[in-house]
Design a protein around this ligand. Structure first.
Ligand code: ZN
Length: 410
């Protein structure tokens, strides 16, 4: 039987601790589930992984694994969000779905892609068994929808039940997710944030994703209102005219941790608000999903310049071709050359860990943290900044370690 406590050391062309500068030929020593040493030089018994980058396991701060069986994104590129949501609703209603199998496929795909932490938005398909069996660091945000005011009590009771049932969770972390302003009554958002406060849970909410959402909030009109009317859930009093994402940010700021997902259309006042509350609030940017819908340029550099916190998510395979967080970082590095490559690496590692309240365990390679690692092959090139070797290439991770154990590739 494998000795789980035996220490081993790995060396690579570059070790990227993220907590400090890259270490050429650095060495990391693992014992059991944890990192016990990170050193600038390798020792004689170090296993040499060769021309690779050794990174902390990547953190995908936002996804919906129930759509991991999508072979390609739903709808079409550049489609307005309300139209795409109709496709999602039709897919959800299809008899042929097997959400549990899709989630299992999504977990496997994430691990293969070097991702060891996932912020999952859950509507169904998860069972107590699958949650405790997942060999991955999971925060499961229980998603709630309910625009009509009379549904709020029932939905709050659902959320309270989830929180109660997850009290014994050891291998995963619960969170709460009011879906979005166009699908959740503001009073329900307030109630859910209070529940999160009482139980010290993180909250994730889609916000300011599309121009159609902003139109609904400010003017109470547009394609979202039409869609909600067709669905029979439109309630004119639910969203008072002249509402802005800022009102939702102010509610979310009360949560122990808030993940504000997308934020594509936040204005400068709202970005400043996020920056002021950076200790507890993180904007989660989903780069390739943003690109799929053809949104205006993301305010990422503006928010970062203000001192705001940003993490990255893949969103789901319903709007993205795969679940590779590395591909998201590469997309950011290409699209925002003004950002230092080391900042881009932080977005996909420690920033996501901070967003989920897991930075004490993961997100950097430091003694005492969990030995979650991604191994990225490098090309035979040199670069003044070694981070560029990761982002200028298209090579996929070749190995992932989770809590010190190498994941077998399927
Ligand atoms: Zn999402």
């Amino acid at each position: 039987m494998l000795d789980e406590t035996a220490a081993y050391s790995l060396t690579a062309r570059y070790v990227f601790p993220v907590a400090g500068p890259p270490l050429p030929g650095g060495c990391i020593t693992v014992q059991g589930e944890r990192i016990v040493a990170v050193e600038a030089r390798s020792t004689a018994n170090c296993i040499d992984l060769g021309n690779v980058a050794l990174l902390p396991g990547l953190v995908n701060a936002h996804t919906h694994l129930e759509f991991s069986d999508c072979q390609k994104p739903l709808g079409r590129r550049g489609q307005p969000l309300p139209e795409w949501i109709r496709e999602v609703i039709a897919t959800r209603r299809s008899d042929a779905r097997d959400p549990a199998a899709a989630i299992a496929a999504g977990l496997a795909e994430s691990l293969q892609a070097g991702t060891t932490t996932v912020g999952e938005i859950a509507t169904g398909g998860w069972t107590a068994e699958s949650l405790s069996a997942a060999a991955l660091d999971l925060t499961v945000f229980y998603e709630l929808l309910g625009l009509p005011a009379e549904r709020a009590t029932e939905r709050l009771a659902d959320a309270a039940r989830f929180v109660e049932e997850s009290a014994d969770a050891r291998s995963w972390h619960p969170g709460i997710s009011p879906h979005a302003p166009y699908s959740v009554h503001p009073e329900l958002v307030v109630g859910l944030v209070r529940l999160a406060m009482a139980h010290r849970l993180p909250v994730a909410m889609h916000l300011a994703e599309s121009p159609e959402e902003i139109e609904l909030l400010t003017a109470g009109s547009g394609p979202f209102r039409d869609m909600l009317q067709v669905l029979g859930v439109w309630e004119p009093t639910a969203i008072p005219h002249g509402t802005h994402p800022l009102e939702y940010l102010q509610i979310l700021a009360e949560a122990p941790r808030a993940l504000v997902v997308h934020g594509n259309y936040l204005n400068i006042e709202e970005l400043e608000y996020l920056a002021v509350h950076a200790e507890r609030m993180t904007l989660v940017y989903c780069p390739r999903t943003h690109d799929y819908f053809g949104h205006r340029r993301h305010p990422l550099p503006k928010l970062m310049a203000l001192g705001g916190r940003v993490a990255l998510g893949t969103d789901s395979r319903a709007s993205n071709p795969d679940l590779s967080l590395l591909a998201e970082m590469r997309h950011v590095a290409r699209g925002f050359p003004e950002l230092a490559p080391r900042e881009v690496l932080r977005l996909g590692t420690i920033a996501g860990a901070q967003a989920l309240g897991r930075a004490h365990e993961i997100g950097t390679l430091e003694p005492g943290k969990l030995a979650n690692l991604a191994v990225i092959p490098l090309e035979e090139l040199t670069a003044a900044d070694p981070h560029e070797l990761i982002f200028s290439s298209e090579l996929a991770p070749t190995a992932t370690y989770y809590r010190g154990r190498k994941i077998q590739r399927s």
